[in-house]
Design a binder for this molecule. Structure first.
Ligand code: SF4
Length: 415
């Protein structure tokens, strides 16, 4: 049997895609060693120019270290760089996203191939990823209809399309019967779920909540404009995690416009206040250092960050991606300035998170992961991490904590 090694670059979605491919390989042996493998499948990422270089460098290094192996390019990079790498004979084959489930047949092909497929396909396999024995990530949709200036994703993953509700519910039912209590819904643009099937995120959430054994549901990320009245009605449901991640990307109106975002600060602030008043912790994505972010725009943005009821942030420093609108924008922001802004932003949110945790020290429902040496970790309903010391085996248990010890770097408790 020929040995196949998978090399995965990039985000969680790509890791899911590698799992889809692995689950479809029947006539090959999965290998952990790239040097002795016959085939190397590179599930690539193309989100920035840096990501492209990492993939290219890896392919070149494999050509040196294992010259007999057939290198196959898969993933987002196959849609942006596949044609040129194939023409330059840097890879033996190229396979697009829609071809993942045919991998077993594709890898049998003896002559060089270019199977790019289309960007409308949705896999029939829904991937789950497990954290311990009680939390599961479920991918419910693929692709994105937005056209943010800095982002290449719609060009390489296609427009938004949803997995079938029936399949999602079946999968969750099976996992809940096996003891999983928390489900995290993910995708490229999760909040667009349902628009192509005449349904909505709120309807899906309700249906999931009816499944026996489901105790808590988290949503990977939402866009402000995706939060409608139907969704707001669910905020007090006991199975909703009391933390939402709502992607703003920026808080200066000038920057939001340059980024071609669909949100604006005024409505974002109203929305965030409304949700925070219902007892929620709120996180966001924020890009610092995008071209055009001058001192004035930054000052406005950071003052507004102070006003917003935020408790968590994923801060990214802008990184150029060719063939995006932002790549041609000027003036660019120097790396050291972006770094300083990144630091300023994360420190502010860290302080806000600390203050939030001091106000929420009791009634914390924590789902613990597997522990080691009597130390367990888990997340509470507000998505704050808690460390627990216990001599009892608490792996995959739910615990209710009152009066945790709140430190600047995290919550602690003893049981
Ligand atoms: S919402 Fe914007 S940043 Fe996110 S995937 Fe879509 S285009 Fe990219």
């Amino acid at each position: 049997m020929k040995k196949v090694y998978f090399k995965t670059f990039g985000c969680r979605t790509n890791q899911f895609d590698t799992q889809v491919m692995m689950s479809k390989l029947h006539e090959f042996e999965l290998s952990n060693d790239e040097i002795t493998s016959d085939i190397i499948v590179v599930n690539s990422c193309t989100v920035t120019n840096g990501a492209d270089s990492s993939v290219r460098n890896y392919i070149s290094s494999m050509k040196r270290k294992n010259p007999d192996a057939k290198v196959i390019l898969a993933g987002c990079g196959s849609h942006s760089k596949g044609e040129s790498l194939f023409a330059d004979k840097k890879v033996f084959g190229v396979m697009g996203h829609s071809e993942k489930e045919n991998i077993n047949e594709i890898l049998k092909v003896e002559t060089p191939f270019y199977e790019i497929g289309d960007l409308k396909h949705i896999d029939s396999t829904i991937v789950e990823e497990f954290i311990g024995k009680s939390r599961a990530f479920i991918k419910i949709q693929e692709g994105c209809d937005f056209r943010c200036s800095y982002c290449i994703i719609p060009a390489v993953r296609g427009d938004a399309r949803s997995h079938r509700e029936e399949t999602i519910l079946k999968q969750i039912t099976k996992l809940a019967a096996n003891g999983f209590g928390e489900f995290i819904l993910t995708g490229t643009n999760v909040g667009s779920y349902g628009q192509d099937h005449n349904t909505s995120m709120a309807k899906l959430l309700k249906k999931i909540s009816y499944i026996r054994g489901v105790r808590r549901i988290r949503i990977g990320s939402l866009e402000p404009i995706q939060i409608d009245d139907e969704f707001m009605e669910l905020l007090d449901e006991p199975w909703m995690a009391k933390h939402l991640h709502i992607a703003l990307q920026h808080t200066s109106d000038k920057m939001l416009e340059l980024m071609n975002r669909r949100n604006s600060y005024k409505t974002d602030l109203e929305l965030f206040n409304k949700i925070a008043n219902r007892g929620y912790a709120l996180g966001t994505d924020f890009i610092v250092g995008h071209p055009g972010e001058d001192e004035k725009a930054w000052k406005e943005a950071i003052d507004r960050v102070k006003t917003l009821p935020l408790t968590h942030v994923h801060a990214f420093s802008y990184s150029k991606r060719d063939n995006t609108v932002s790549a041609a924008m000027k003036p660019e922001v120097r790396g050291n300035i972006a770094k300083e802004r990144h630091h300023e932003l994360t420190e502010i949110i860290k302080a806000k998170n600390f203050a939030f945790r001091r106000e929420h020290m009791g009634n914390l429902e924590v789902l613990l992961e597997n522990g080691k040496d009597d130390v367990y970790h888990g997340f509470d309903q507000y998505f704050n991490r808690v460390e627990i010391n216990s001599e009892e085996d608490l792996s995959s248990n739910w615990v209710l904590l009152n009066n945790v010890e709140v430190n600047s770097d995290g919550n602690k408790a003893k049981l």
